[in-house]
Write a protein that binds this ligand. Structure first.
Ligand code: UDP
Length: 241
């Protein structure tokens, strides 16, 4: 089948219906703006299953997503949307670039969830945007910006509570949104250990507790085991309908 687009973690295919696309999740892993490359065995299937389950669950909470169904273990059918080229990051605990850029110590609980916007542009290294830069670049309207923030905070509330029920702390995560043909804002892309920082509440050691892509980024080992652990805990709670 002719691809529409191949990204770092997924391939996008057309379907007979122009309003529906097929996403195929890959085992390929990249970090540090694709300077580090590798494979995480089984990741495509795991991330597709976790994302599908979380999208369906969020839909049941009233969050509109692009998810339609999962025709195969590593395939997701989604509504075609125009992706807003902004990565919306929500942080509950300091980690990653927030620590590097501000000097905050990793693991500090933030006084309130921090919503940040990054430009989705590998060549520019995904720079942090201000509200005004976002408006100047016409990446979203003031109204859409408000909506993005409010969606992101709502999703954070739901996901934090959900992951806590799996004995996992949701440290931070990245979301992407798109607009459908009617201009509705839909949650798109994926929610998986590739796009979230997830810490195991059953472990205290700062390296042992990592259940996400930081195991790959920081060469902590047992990457596949961590992804499988998240899959098992998430799917145990959310039976895919
Ligand atoms: N993230 C992502 N894709 C990106 C950048 C970040 O999914 O291109 C996620 C990342 O996994 C983490 C959160 O967004 O859960 C915040 O990432 P951060 O800004 O700390 O960047 P990093 O330290 O990973 O470079």
């Amino acid at each position: 089948m002719e691809k529409i687009y191949e990204g770092k973690a997924k391939i996008l295919y057309p379907t007979d219906d122009k309003d529906i696309l097929l996403t195929q999740f890959k085992d390929d892993a990249t970090a540090f703006n694709a300077q580090k490359r590798g494979t995480i065995k089984g990741k495509g299937e795991i991330n597709c299953q976790i994302s599908s389950a979380l999208f369906q669950w969020l839909e049941s909470k009233g969050i509109a997503t692009h998810f339609i169904d999962q025709p195969a273990p590593r395939q997701m059918r989604v509504r075609a949307v125009k992706i807003i080229p902004v990565e919306v990051v929500v942080r509950n605990i300091a980690a990653g670039s927030l620590c590097r850029q501000t000097g905050l110590a990793e693991g500090i609980v933030l006084p309130f969830p921090l919503v940040e916007f990054y430009l989705k542009n590998d060549e520019l290294g995904d720079p942090l945007l201000t509200r005004d830069r976002l408006l100047v670049l016409e990446l979203a309207t003031t109204e859409q910006l408000k909506q993005l923030r409010s969606f992101a905070l709502k999703i954070n509330t739901y996901l934090t509570e959900f992951f806590a029920s799996c004995q996992i702390t949701l440290v931070d995560f990245k979301l992407e949104f798109g607009l459908d043909t009617q201009g509705n804002l839909l949650l798109a892309d994926e929610i998986s250990p590739d796009t979230c920082r997830l810490w195991d509440q059953q472990k205290n050691d700062p390296s042992d507790r990592v259940l996400d892509k930081d195991r790959f980024r920081r060469d902590l080992g047992e990457v596949e085991t961590a992804y499988q652990e998240v899959q098992q805990r998430v799917l145990e709670k959310l039976v895919i309908g």
